[in-house]
Design a protein around this ligand. Structure first.
Ligand code: F1P
Length: 350
């Protein structure tokens, strides 16, 4: 419920007179124009923010982006060429694998930009530049506003790169800036509808398996939705890029299996609807999370949660929040302690 503030505090100070202004990033316009590659490196939810970041940075700035898990990157002798920027994402700034991966990137002479919430943390101290998220000092163990403020920071970066590299028209740029500014109010509005999510979660106390499906940015949101459910309610769940279903997973869908379809990318509506039809044929109960103007989806689904319409690059932030609420309500209904999830630490330092 503090997400409108966290998102506002992360975005607003970096928009001045309808321009993105990231004074923390000490890269010249020439260096940004010369970028050949961006590596995003993180763990857990921060990694999922990075997957969203890949879609948005590539779309808006046309820089190729590779996202890697810090625990893999640090041991795999990565190929890091000149003109690469490593973006390190970590809420705590202390995650051991992420810190080690950042050091590995630096050892190769690559410039590092950290997106971190904790001021003065190890990652913040060692990175070349730091873009702080302002989610506040009180962060849940299973991150929620930490995650959406990471997305906010990545949206700002993508717009900034896109503008400097002249990959976005002036009118699209201005429109997206207005849209960024409207996100906190839209989150506020969406939270007013939370009983709809609570109602559904209460039907699913005995829930065993859930499948989250999405394409493009919605796939990244599906990864985070699935992790959140596992972390706090201990329900088994899987996130799938919807097009991958036919490569085996579909055989796990049975009568009554809950499938959550994230459907925010208008250009992919048709594609995901055909995946929804496939799982419904096998008896799945389908919850769709979609844009408020996509009423058509009701024809093929059992339950719909509508999110406020926003620019297609920013829907990840909108779609994730109802999924965090879903995980929360399932956990509460099952009697789980959401503030102290078992086997989860606020920062994983070993
Ligand atoms: C990464 C992370 C969190 C998760 C939990 C364990 O932490 O996976 O996303 O909620 O706290 O660690 P960080 O590097 O972003 O601090």
């Amino acid at each position: 419920h503090e997400q409108p503030k966290a998102v506002r505090d992360t975005i607003f100070p970096r928009i001045k007179e309808d321009d993105v202004f990231i004074h923390e990033l000490r890269m010249t316009d020439e260096q940004i124009k010369d970028l050949k590659k961006v590596f995003i490196i993180a763990c857990g939810s921060a990694y999922h923010a990075g997957v969203t970041g890949k879609y948005v940075i590539e779309e808006l700035s046309r820089i190729p982006v590779e996202v890697d898990l810090a625990s893999e990157f640090r041991y795999r002798n990565p190929i890091l060429e000149d003109n690469t920027l490593a973006i390190i994402i970590s809420q705590s700034g202390e995650t051991a694998d992420t810190l080690a991966a950042m050091r590995e990137a630096k050892r190769h002479g690559v410039r590092t930009l950290a997106i971190v919430n904790v001021v003065g943390s190890s990652i913040a101290r060692e990175a070349d530049d730091v873009l702080y998220t302002w989610a506040g000092p009180e962060i849940a163990v299973a991150t929620t506003k930490g995650y959406t403020s990471q997305l906010s920071a990545l949206y700002l970066l993508a717009l900034h790169f896109g503008k400097i590299r002249e990959k976005i028209s002036r009118s699209d740029y201005l429109e997206m800036i207005q849209e960024l500014k409207s996100l906190p109010d839209k989150i506020e509005k969406m939270l007013q509808d939370k009983e709809k999510i609570q109602y559904l979660a209460n039907q699913y106390i005995g829930l065993k398996d859930v499948f989250f499906l999405g394409r493009g940015i919605d796939y990244a949101s599906a990864l985070e939705a699935s992790l959140k459910l596992k972390e706090i309610s201990y329900v088994h769940s899987e996130a799938y890029a919807a097009g991958e279903l036919k490569h085996g997973t579909i055989s796990l869908i049975e009568d009554g299996t809950l499938v959550v379809a994230l459907v925010t990318q208008e250009q992919l509506y048709g594609k995901i609807v055909s995946n929804i039809v496939e799982v419904k044929t096998r008896g799945a109960f389908v919850l769709a999370v979609t844009n408020e103007d996509n009423k058509d989806i009701e024809k093929n689904t059992d339950y719909v949660f509508y999110i406020p319409k926003t620019n297609k690059n920013f829907t990840g932030l909108m779609a994730t929040i109802p999924m965090q609420l879903f995980a929360y309500y399932v956990a509460v209904a099952k009697g789980c302690d959401v503030d102290q999830p078992r086997n989860l630490a606020k920062s994983v330092t070993v």
